[in-house]
Each structure stands twice: as structure tokens, then as C-alpha cells.
Design a protein around this ligand. Structure first.
Ligand SMILES: [Zn+2]
Length: 204
């Protein structure tokens, strides 16, 4: 795939172990500081990060339990906010839900018809360096959460790929083909069968 976001930062941290604890009816997730830590650039594969995040929002919106997926997400990509000891898993899923609803809204009607759906992100800055004749951009996002927001906006605005809501099942998806309208081929087939049956009914 074309490199949507050119970045060389190593701004995010992933630990090899995370702990979940329950208090006051909420599940919290925190890194085990004694486990191994690696640093990575969230823009290396921002499409997957964004798609996985939106999927948690979709699950919450569909009434599914999101704790397990949230834990998987954190294990893969690290904590969404820097400087916070632990993460409220419910709050995380709710934030993901808002972004999912945003995607649903803007892909289903002209934007920005409703100004309340304007996305306000954290301030984002970038450093541009010359690297052997090429410019290299290092995005300086304040957290993984703001990296996701930046990625989300850049993916939405890209003509080379598509971040969308599946026309058949409502799941968020990322596709390298900008014309894709479904999360998977099975969904496209199911949708066409439904369409065919509806047309047959009309013709009866
Ligand atoms: Zn689908």
C-alpha cells in the first residue's frame, strides 16, 4: 500500500504484559512495569490501529462486551494516553464508539451538514528533516489517541484507500481499494442477495 503517513517517530510504547483490575464496577488496564517494553511508530500501520479502534466502537454500539477486545488492543498498540497510570476500559470503548458514530455519520450524509460532528483533535505538530535528499516527517502527537485521530482524518481524506462502514453489516473497515463498499466479500454477496430478493418481491 502507498505510504499514507510518512513518519519516523518511535513515540508509542508497548509492554509485553498488561494487568486488568476491577474497582468501582469498572475494569482498568495498566502495563506491568516489570515486563519488557518496546517503542514503535503508530503510523507504521495506522490503518490497522484505526480499524481495530473503530471496531471496538462498533462492538459497544452493537451491545457487545468490549473489555476483551480493549485488552487485546492495548497489548498490540499500548496505552492510548501518556502519563496516565491506568486506563478505564469502559471510557476507552466509549471514545471509540464516538469515532465510530462519526464515521457512520459522515459516510452517510454530506459533511459537515451537522457542525456538532466536527472533529476537534489535540494539537499536532511535526518535524521535517532532510534525510539523504528526501524529506522525512516526524509527527509529534501527544498520545496514541491523537495519532489515531490524525490517522483517521488522513485515511478519510485519502483517494488511494477507503475507511468506511460496511453497506451490509455496519462494521467499520479499511480497504486498499477506494471503491470498496463492504468489509468482506461475504458481505458484498449477502447484500447482493438481499437486493436481488427485494427486486424479485417488487416484481411479484
Ligand atoms: Zn460487512
Amino acid at each position: 500500500m502507498k505510504n499514507i503517513i510518512n513518519c519516523t517517530c518511535q513515540n508509542e510504547k508497548v509492554y509485553s504484559r498488561y494487568i486488568s483490575e476491577v474497582s468501582g464496577g469498572h475494569t482498568y488496564i495498566l502495563p506491568d512495569p516489570d515486563s519488557d517494553m518496546r517503542e514503535y511508530c503508530p503510523f507504521d500501520d495506522i490503518a490497522s490501529v484505526t480499524e481495530d479502534y473503530l471496531m471496538i466502537g462498533y462492538m459497544l454500539e452493537s451491545g457487545a462486551d468490549t473489555v476483551e477486545n480493549t485488552l487485546e488492543f492495548i497489548k498490540k498498540y499500548g496505552m492510548p494516553h501518556r502519563g496516565k497510570r491506568r486506563l478505564n476500559a469502559d471510557k476507552f470503548a466509549d471514545d471509540a464508539r464516538l469515532l465510530y458514530l462519526h464515521l457512520t455519520e459522515i459516510t452517510s450524509r454530506p459533511y459537515p451538514e451537522n457542525p456538532e460532528w466536527l472533529l476537534e483533535t489535540d494539537p499536532i505538530s511535526a518535524i521535517v528533516r532532510a534525510d539523504g535528499g528526501e524529506s522525512v516527517i516526524e509527527w509529534q502527537t501527544t498520545s496514541l489517541a491523537s495519532a489515531i485521530e490524525l490517522g483517521y482524518m488522513l485515511l478519510l481524506g485519502s483517494e488511494h484507500c477507503r475507511l468506511g462502514i460496511c453497506k451490509n453489516c455496519g462494521k467499520p473497515y479499511f480497504a486498499q481499494n477506494p471503491k470498496t463498499e463492504f468489509c468482506q466479500i461475504a458481505c458484498r454477496n449477502r447484500y447482493n442477495v438481499k437486493l436481488h430478493r427485494a427486486r424479485q418481491k417488487q416484481g411479484e
